[in-house]
Design a protein around this ligand. Structure first.
Ligand code: GLN
Ligand code: ZN
Length: 755
């Protein structure tokens, strides 16, 4: 008997982003839909071939998509909002893309974050409660893999419970009925698969790792009982990931043939659950042992120990499937195309293609009852020894228990000193940091990167942009100015490149949404401050004006959440290292006389754990990290922070605990929601809610903004309110920006006369 191997999903994006290119050239009108289909098929088959070559036994099919797998499922079930004029039958490609991206007449469906990852899915809009099967793309995918590559594929689909949890626009009270109706369509779908000879289907139910009420478990049980009754001949592997499964005792008893658990991102809870409560003798255990989210090689020795523990519970090896902890969608494709990284680092990295090999290696090692001297194990040990020998990672004291740090004076008291020092008008005006990154600006940075410009030439050019925009800001009449961030490509990369401990890849793209990818930096060693990163530009800007210039930094939590982190340290410890580096930058700015400093934390909320009960622990260390970077300043130094729009209702006390003197929040696309948040909560520090939406080229009028300010002032005290636009001015052009800001400043002036 032997351990089996399986994958949960494979990245679509392509080694050289072929997938992205195929889509974008089709959208641009350069390729026909026939050409697109042909290229997509080629890509899809090559990905399947790779998995086959790597020796994966249960290869997922149907996880490939032209945009997003949740959109695929929604269209398959006929959940197509009325505004798209869909008339039944197979969903036309144009309709599919219109749902994803909108078109001239119809707005796109909303998209949102996929659990705790940086992937974004299209939110299904449920307008009627009777779904139907418009086509069966899983069947097509299964047949294709079989016919073309002789692969006995394992179709993958989001489960009915999670699908509905991810959807919106239905009444909460309709949930049970909807789930029941949807289950019927799943039965039909599964019957067609079983008739074709499909043996296993992977049914993803990641919502089962979130905090869910007891009554939902009853609904889930009913759902899977129905499926089992209707299609008893098909083996369903109920797959969970990203955290420990909730209600293990009930979930493990569901009438399915297998249960997939994440043994990496569960803080040991899944292992503990199977050890203490046992695992059903008749089920397959999908053992997510290799990290499917992060980019580090597995320590095989540790993995074998974990596996041994699992084998003590599940005695029959045939019933254990070795697999990554999640779909490999969240990792880049291959380490192979990273010639510029340090050799020692490359060795220690494992992206999707390398992870497939790790699964097979683990299978082999386990079969050979791996003795300590097996070559594979020794090689694996060597990787970590080499990494250690590099000195990138020093011994760190355990800092999981930390002592709170605070500003010298509480807000109320330091505020008096700040009012005295800064002498700003009521309703002061400012912006969030960046100004238009025109073609000129981007070309400038590109040429410098290529070595076509000397450091001096580059600096001079950046300074001339700063100068231009200081003049603009003075003319516009803003009260607090910024230097404009012209030297920055990206708010994390810029700092990562200037700190110790970060590496940057050439091709390690991960899908963020649709054809868009991100290339997160890799935190491989201790993060340390080297030299001031922003002082020169900020100080130069300040030298040109008598108005205060606000320094502009990215906060520790955001830098961490938008990077691949080390897996040998607790996450919070990495956050504290970054915080200390940012703290030094804050000091450097302060020492240079820049005494208004904004530390952006747009990704603070994103990092929230999936289970409510874990929120406080995260928020505690995230807040601590921010305070670590900002609490040491003088009373008169004003710390600002910024967050992009998200739901704040439930974390407002953590936001207040950041103890920033001023926070600005992106608002315009959700005015109503955010005002409600502040209606129900007293927020007692400086706050600016974006008074216009920068996403549109339209210049909003003074009156519109005055109206927005009035509304905000109905819930927030005027002496704490700041007037600023939303974030993202770097995406606009200069003319629009100047015109809109002028309107904003006169709106603020009018509003002042009223308070
Ligand atoms: N300071 C950044 C800017 O203005 C903030 C970016 C963001 O909100 N994500 O671009
Ligand atoms: Zn923002």
């Amino acid at each position: 008997m032997m351990l089996r191997t399986s994958l949960l999903g494979y990245p679509r994006i392509g080694e050289k982003r072929e997938w992205k290119k195929a889509l974008e050239s089709h959208w641009a009108g350069d390729t026909s839909s026939e050409e697109l289909h042909a290229e997509m098929k080629r890509i899809r088959l090559s990905h399947l071939q790779k998995q086959k070559d790597a020796g994966v036994e249960w290869i997922p099919v149907g996880d490939f998509t032209y945009y997003d797998h949740i959109l695929d499922t929604a269209t398959m079930f006929g959940f197509i909002p009325e505004r798209f004029d869909y008339e039944g039958g197979q969903v036309p490609l144009d309709t599919y893309f219109a749902m994803a991206r909108g078109n001239k007449e119809i707005h796109a469906a909303e998209m949102t974050k996929w659990y705790n990852t940086n992937y974004h899915y299209i939110v299904p809009e449920i307008e009627n409660t009777t779904p139907s099967l418009t086509e069966n793309y899983l069947l097509n995918a299964y047949k294709e893999a079989k016919e073309e590559l002789d692969i006995e594929g394992k179709p993958v689909i989001i489960g009915p419970y999670s699908f509905l949890k991810l959807a919106k626009h239905y009444k909460h009270s309709d949930f049970p009925e909807l789930l029941e109706n949807l289950t019927k369509v799943y039965s039909q779908l599964f019957t067609e698969l079983a008739d074709e000879g499909v043996q296993w289907v992977q049914v993803d139910e990641p919502s089962l790792v979130t905090t869910i009420p007891e009554e939902d478990i009853t609904l889930v049980s009913k759902t899977y009982e129905t499926l089992n009754k209707e299609v008893p001949q098909l083996n369903l592997l109920l797959q969970t990931y990203f955290d420990a499964v909730s209600h293990y005792e009930k979930v493990s008893q569901l009438p399915v043939a297998g249960l997939g658990l994440d043994f990496v991102h569960d803080e040991g809870k899944n292992l503990h659950a199977i050890q203490s409560q046992g695992f059903p003798k008749d089920k397959v255990l999908g053992a997510g042992i290799i990290d499917g989210r992060n980019i580090w090689k597995a320590k095989m020795k540790d993995k074998l120990v974990l596996l041994k523990e699992i084998q003590k519970v599940v005695e029959n090896d045939d019933q254990i499937w070795l697999q990554p902890s999640a779909s490999l969608l969240h990792t880049p494709v291959t380490v192979k195309n990273e010639p510029d990284l340090d050799e020692t680092l490359i060795q220690a990295l494992s992206f999707a293609d390398e992870k497939m090999i790790e699964i097979s290696t683990l299978q082999k090692l386990a079969a050979n009852e791996a003795s300590a001297d097996s070559i594979e194990l020794q090689e694996n040990e060597q990787i970590f020894a080499d990494l250690k020998a590099k000195g990138w990672r020093q011994e760190e004291p355990d800092r999981t228990a930390f002592k709170e740090v605070s500003r010298t004076l509480p807000y109320e008291e330091r505020r008096k000193e700040q009012l005295e020092k800064w002498q700003l008008p009521t309703l002061p005006t400012t912006t969030i940091g960046s100004f238009p990154q025109t073609r000129d600006v981007r070309r400038l940075r590109a040429r410098f990167k290529k070595g076509e410009l000397s450091n001096l030439e580059y600096q001079a050019a950046i300074k001339s942009h700063i100068e231009t925009w200081i003049k603009h800001q003075e003319e516009i009449g803003l009260d607090v100015l910024v230097h404009g961030e012209f030297e920055r490509n990206d708010m994390v990369e810029f700092f990562g490149e200037r700190l110790d401990g970060f590496a940057f890849t050439k091709n390690a793209w991960v899908q963020s949404y649709g054809s868009r990818g991100v290339k997160p930096p890799i935190i491989y060693g201790d993060v340390r401050f080297k030299a001031p990163m922003t002082v020169e530009e900020t100080l130069y800007a300040q030298s040109l004006t008598d108005k205060p210039v606000k320094g502009m930094l990215t906060g520790p939590v955001t830098i961490l959440n938008w990077s691949f982190e080390r897996d040998d340290l607790p996450k919070q410890q990495v956050a504290f290292q970054i915080a200390e580096a940012i703290k030094e930058e804050v000091s450097a700015l302060e020492d240079a006389g820049i005494e208004m400093i904004q530390i952006d934390e747009p990704a603070l909320r994103e990092g929230l754990p999936l289970k409510r009960e874990d929120w406080q622990t995260y928020l505690d260390w995230a807040v601590h990290a921010f305070r670590l970077s900002s609490s040491h300043v003088k009373n008169t130094t004003q710390i600002h922070t910024h967050m992009c729009y998200s739901e704040f209702q439930d974390i407002i006390s953590a936001i207040s605990a950041l103890d920033a003197d001023v926070i600005s929040i992106e608002t315009s696309r959700s005015q109503g929601d955010i005002l409600e948040t502040f209606e129900d909560n007293v927020y007692d520090k400086g706050i600016g809610l974006g008074v216009y939406d920068i996403h549109s080229p339209r210049v909003p009028s003074e009156d519109e903004m005055l109206h927005v300010i009035d509304r905000a002032l109905s819930v927030l005290p005027a002496d704490l309110f700041w007037v600023n636009p939303d974030c993202g001015l770097k995406t606009r052009n200069e003319e629009e920006t100047i015109a809109a800001l002028k309107e904003m400043v006169s709106a603020a002036q009018k509003a002042r006369n009223k308070v």
